[in-house]
Design a protein around this ligand. Structure first.
Ligand code: PLP
Length: 395
């Protein structure tokens, strides 16, 4: 198998697995317990908190709240803002948010909130002028901005967008789920209120994540109960998961400190694209090539249905993601690609490949050859188009 779907999830780092095992076996004490057995668990949680804080450049480890993952962190940030500003009935986000932001915003829209979606250009870059104009509206409870897009890898102009939000007095939440561990994130350098993090996107375990909460921001807890996480997120901590996340965070930070641009991964991605684009000349990159995560390649194959391509690639042992997703039984083209001005058929002809630090040059060469062979085969068999069904959503 050649795994090129690392924006969906990553392999857990062996070091993280090793570190988790003792906390699944003998170290099962409740971190809230007062005896030494529990205090050892507490220390493990706090060490992990320090690692996660260091990875995202938090000013203080206390700004990190452990959660069950990116989706919970995002929902918590949104709901807290609504609680803190009950009179505010307007929300702002980019047009290319992940569904973890988009869907709750849609649901709030149905309940009477005004939702502004700030456009992006054909390369997926945020329209900062439109962002600033939207921030001037009265009654904004929250602005949300994806740091790095999960489908195209395109990076948002977070510093400028955060500055504009701060000037307008609007709290900003950044969905940094795809950025953290792949691109430098320095929360303390930015006037943002909160930031979402998910361990399974940077070689940590699934079902554990964190919400960075700027210590100067107002926060209203959304999950009440035993008062864990300093009262900000009740529920007994996922101790092994948190420990694994801490180790994955340390490994990711060390790699980013050594090479902030992740040059080796970017070189492999570029090699992959060069090979495919040379052999399929009308294929195109979706998203600003120079302003992307180093691991992400979203390619458009005009006249080819991405679903057919995925089936052939699966047969060849290559895992990757479609530019369309199944919703209520029909194939829906990617909302993100449509927001970038791609047509429905262009979105259907798009496929995402995402690498990790475990991806090798041999795998890249084999995957590129498989993609080229599949694209040529589909053109011969179906001429200018194929059809298919996609199962599952997009991560
Ligand atoms: N935000 C983005 C940009 C993502 O890519 C994902 C995961 O696919 C999420 C949020 C949700 O994270 P989780 O799977 O940890 O709930």
């Amino acid at each position: 198998m050649i795994y090129l779907d690392n924006n969906a999830t990553t392999a857990v780092a062996p070091e993280a697995i090793e570190a988790m095992l003792p906390w699944l076996k003998e170290g099962y004490g409740n971190p809230s317990a007062g005896y030494r057995f529990g205090k050892a668990s507490r220390r493990a949680v706090e060490e992990a908190r320090e690692e996660v804080a260091a990875l995202v450049g938090a000013a203080d480890p206390a700004e990190i709240v452990f959660t069950s993952g990116g989706t919970e962190s995002i929902h918590t940030a949104i709901r807290s803002s609504l609680s803190v500003r009950p009179q505010a009935r307007r929300l702002l986000a980019s047009a290319v948010e992940h569904s973890a932001v988009y869907e709750p915003f849609q649901s709030l829209g149905e309940r009477g909130y005004a939702i502004d979606l700030c456009p992006v250009d054909a390369a997926g870059r945020l329209d900062l002028d439109a962002w600033r104009r939207s921030l001037a509206a009265d009654g904004l409870a929250l602005a949300a901005l994806i740091w790095a897009n999960n489908e195209t890898g395109v990076l948002s102009p977070v510093a400028e967008a955060a500055e504009a939000a701060a000037e307008a007095g609007v709290p900003l939440h950044c969905d940094a789920v795809q950025a953290v561990g792949k691109s430098p994130v320095e929360a303390r350098a930015l006037p943002i209120q909160s930031l979402s993090i998910s361990a399974h996107k940077f070689h940590g375990p699934k079902g554990v994540g964190a919400l960075y909460l700027n210590r100067r921001s107002h926060f209203e807890p959304q999950i009440l109960g035993g008062g864990q996480e300093a009262g900000r997120r009740s529920g007994t901590e996922n101790l092994p998961g948190i420990v694994g996340m801490g180790v994955a965070a340390r490994l990711a930070r060390e790699r980013l400190e050594a090479d902030p641009a992740q040059a080796a991964t970017a070189a492999l991605r570029d090699r992959f694209e060069a090979r495919v684009l040379a052999a399929v000349p009308d294929a195109e990159i979706n998203g600003e090539p120079a302003g992307r995560l180093p691991n992400t390649s979203n390619l458009l194959f005009p006249g080819i249905d991405g679903e057919g391509l995925l089936i052939l690639l699966d047969e060849a042992g290559v895992c990757c993601s479609p530019g369309s997703a199944c919703s209520t039984g029909s194939v829906q083209p990617s909302r993100v690609l449509l927001a970038m001005g791609r047509s429905r058929s262009q979105a259907r002809g798009s496929v995402r490949f995402s690498l990790s630090r475990f991806t090798t040059e041999t795998e890249i060469d084999e995957a590129a050859a498989a993609v080229v062979a599949a694209a040529k085969k589909l053109r011969v068999v179906f001429g200018s188009g194929t059809s298919g069904r996609v199962v599952g959503g997009r991560s």
